[in-house]
Design a protein around this ligand. Structure first.
Ligand SMILES: O=C(O)CC1=CCC(=O)O1
Length: 256
């Protein structure tokens, strides 16, 4: 599927693809664009299928579909090899790419993500909730996982904007990606990843807590390293943008 995307930064820069969370759109990466482009990277951000301005698929999707969308995007842009920074569902997509198309991938940064998250039944229930209760109800609970209570209290306007981001996501698009998460189990494949990998977890992330999710990924990917960022919930790239940016740029520029 052709995905909505935006390309920013120097035309001759190494390409970094940013892949986001379920219920988000490409603007969730706003805090990363300036730091990455001014470090010389060409930044490609996109909306997962059924999210933002990318069409809603007719059937539930798999991680292979979401990974395939990134490969198609790279082909469309004429990019042979890219670094991938993914958060949550975006991190799952990044791991799929590292396992299945290693020749297209430079370095990986896996943020606030998991190689196996919940059960198929749990994600089917979430998909049904999106359809029956509507996306504003999904946004009410998402926002509490995305940001700590302290951040929401001190950033009321931004909290409303991120709530709106999820509330405006089509229910069927959200449900399609719930299926991708429910059917995912990447743990056994992680040792196949050869891309130099940094795993970043938020210390206060209730959705993918570091010890349960980030650490097993870092232990399974050869040579990977885990960084746990304090005072960050699930969208740590927003709540602790400066720390995430430093870690991401440092990892993408290592050994150069
Ligand atoms: O449940 C949430 O909203 C957190 C989450 C899990 C996968 C993802 O992309 O976000």
């Amino acid at each position: 599927m052709k995905v909505n995307h935006v390309v920013e930064g120097p035309a001759d820069g190494e390409v970094v693809v940013l892949s986001g969370s379920i219920g988000s759109n490409l603007s969730m990466w706003d805090p990363q664009v300036e730091p990455l482009t001014s470090a010389g990277f060409r930044v490609v951000r996109y909306d997962h299928r059924g999210h933002g301005r990318t069409p809603v698929p007719e059937t539930p999707c798999s991680l292979a579909d979401l990974g395939g969308d990134v490969v198609e995007l790279l082909d469309t842009l004429g990019v042979e090899r890219a670094h991938v920074v993914g958060l949550s569902l975006g991190g799952m997509t990044a791991m799929w790419l590292g396992v299945n198309v290693p020749d297209r991938i430079g370095r990986l940064v896996l943020c606030c993500t998991s190689a196996k998250l919940g059960t198929p039944a749990m994600w089917e229930e979430r998909a049904q909730l999106a359809r029956t209760e509507g996306m504003p109800a999904i946004a009410d609970s998402s926002i509490e996982r995305w940001f700590t209570a302290e951040w929401r209290a001190t950033h009321p306007q931004l909290s409303r904007e991120y709530h709106h981001m999820t509330a405006a996501t089509p229910a069927e698009g959200y449900a399609a990606c719930c299926a991708a998460i429910g059917s995912m189990d990447l743990l056994g494949d992680l040792p196949k990843i050869s891309a130099p990998t940094l795993v970043i977890s938020g210390a206060d992330d209730p959705a993918t807590p570091p010890e349960e999710h980030g650490r097993p990924i870092a232990e399974a990917i050869p040579g990977a390293r885990l960084e746990v960022v304090p005072h960050a919930a699930h969208l740590g790239n927003v709540e602790q943008a400066a720390r995430f940016n430093d870690l991401i740029v440092e990892h993408l520029k290592a050994d150069r």
